[in-house]
Design a protein around this ligand. Structure first.
Ligand SMILES: [Zn+2]
Length: 323
């Protein structure tokens, strides 16, 4: 199998680009986060990703591929498998001449409320993200993190302040809106998160107790907003507020910029989950990508797994005989 990496991955003989960072005539898009999407001529994507890409980028020629349903591609075939990272997020399995390559995209092992649960398959070559590929990144159980967030909300209410949870607008925003709504909180959503919720609803995800935030007075209501919206007039106009950042990087310690708290709620795999994933895929060779790629490759080597990093923005041609 010949794998080429040039700001995107392709396998000779299949000739589909996986998550290319530059425009291609045809690209497979693993999920709708902007660091995985460019304005391609046409895309292949899961139903959820196709809809979210249309929502974010406008209509684009799309071949929708359902999870688990293989399609012919060049001399081989392609299958999308759920990645558990956000609605529609996919791992991409390419098979050619009896060999297979699995590209993880961004993935999460722990079950979430708004993404299709991760489904793992064996592959000969694994190309995987390792955003949290360092041993110190071990996320606590979700319920423990939610208890901490609950205390932050109650303390903010008691101080007469609006609790603002800063979350990435797409994926995390909907997950947190659902987690809080299901636990009886009233949530107001920044426009970008609200619009995402409406798309998720089209796919059958049920949300309760939410409203769109348009500058109205917020009593006993939690506001969800993306970090980029913090300085917007709408948020600046809130007289008393306390902000918390919801990100896996909360494990690094106190947040900066006057943000009062941070909680490690992530839509990625932590270090333990990354290792578990490799064990499940049982690859002959791993390429690491995104995050601590070199360090995680070393961690795998130490455990007897052949691994090496794929460096971003370099051009590599990789020829591998996996006999
Ligand atoms: Zn992502």
């Amino acid at each position: 199998m010949v794998v080429e990496y040039t700001n995107g991955i392709t396998v000779r003989g299949i000739d589909l680009w996986l998550d290319p960072r530059t425009r291609k005539d045809l690209a497979v898009v693993s999920h709708a986060h902007m660091d995985h999407v460019a304005r391609h001529g046409a895309i292949i994507a899961s139903p959820g990703t196709a809809r979210l890409c249309a929502h974010r980028l406008g209509e684009v020629r799309t071949q929708v591929l359902r999870f688990g349903e293989p399609a012919a591609a060049g001399r081989g075939r392609i299958t999308l498998l759920p990645a558990g990272h956000m609605l529609g997020s996919a791992q991409i399995l390419l098979e050619l001449d009896g060999r297979s390559l699995l590209y993880s995209g961004d993935f999460k092992v722990r079950p979430g409320e708004t993404a299709e649960p991760l489904e793992v398959r064996h592959a000969d070559i694994l190309v995987m993200e390792c955003t949290y590929g360092r041993p110190q990144y071990l996320f606590p159980p979700r319920d423990e993190v939610l208890e901490g967030i609950g205390r932050f909300i109650r303390r903010s209410f008691a101080a007469g302040a609006v609790p603002i949870l800063l979350v990435y607008a797409l994926g995390k925003g909907q997950e947190v809106a659902k987690l809080l709504g299901d636990r009886g909180y009233r949530v107001a959503l920044h426009r970008s998160i609200y619009e995402g919720v409406r798309v998720y609803e089209e796919f059958g995800v049920k949300f309760t107790g939410y409203e769109r935030y348009d500058g109205q007075r917020l009593d006993d209501t939690v506001l969800l907003a993306p970090p980029g919206a913090e300085r917007s007039l709408l948020l600046r106009a809130i007289p008393r507020k306390r902000r918390a950042l919801l990100t896996g990087w909360a494990l690094d310690g106190r947040p900066k910029g006057g943000i009062e708290a941070a909680f490690p709620l992530s839509d990625h795999a932590d270090f333990r989950d990354l290792l578990w994933y490799v064990e499940q895929v049982r690859p002959k060779l791993v390429y690491t990508l995104h995050g601590f790629d070199e360090e995680f490759a070393r961690q795998l080597l130490r455990r007897g797994v052949r691994a090496r990093p794929l460096r971003a923005r370099t051009q590599l041609l990789l020829f591998h005989d996996l006999t």
